[in-house]
Design a protein around this ligand. Structure first.
Ligand code: FES
Length: 95
């Protein structure tokens, strides 16, 4: 499998913030794909169903004054998203 098989087609990388750090990730993809882009090994081999059932991919977005919980495999990335909390199952260290 090549990278282009995994990701939905994209032309640009967009910037989002994850736990206070800025990252460039592929537009037109789910947040979980974006995490995979950043940490290919750990997300690829992580405990994820990729279809909205396990909830292991839950993250919390800053939404005005509040936080909003979403599931990363079913949420398309948008520019300037701010992810303020992530599930313990999401390992972005890449190892
Ligand atoms: S990976 Fe299972 S719900 Fe998102």
């Amino acid at each position: 499998m090549t990278i282009s098989d995994i990701f939905s087609p994209y032309e640009d990388l967009i910037e989002i913030e994850i736990l206070g750090e800025k990252h460039q990730v592929p537009e037109n993809n789910s947040l979980l794909r974006c995490f995979q882009f950043l940490a290919m090994e750990s997300i690829s081999y992580g405990d994820f169903c990729w279809n909205g059932e396990c909830l292991n991919c839950q993250v919390w977005l800053q939404n005005g004054e509040k936080e909003k919980a979403v599931i990363a495999c079913r949420t398309e990335v948008k520019p300037d998203m701010r992810i303020v909390r992530i599930s313990d199952d999401i390992d972005l260290s890449g190892e």
